[in-house]
Design a binder for this molecule. Sequence first.
Ligand SMILES: [Zn+2]
Length: 88
Amino acid sequence: MGTIRQEIIDKLKEGYFTVKELSKILSLPEKEIIEHLKEISKGRVKIQVKNPVCKKCGFKFTNLKHFKKPSKCPSCKSTFISEPEFKI
Ligand SMILES: [Zn+2]
């Protein structure tokens, strides 16, 4: 597992990626990518987050929990929300 985590870290050093993109690049389920991101963030490595935005009303999400994309906009209830992006 250590190697995969290192691969994720190396990828994120290149720039911003979504969980979906990382899942494709590393051929891992999105769930596993999220688990790795959680573990990485517990260590000394600081992950920077580009927070998601509601594409309908422009609501900006903050304090993203557990690297997951929010399911619904609290302001307009739209589910049309941009993917959060991560980098190191
Ligand atoms: Zn909205």
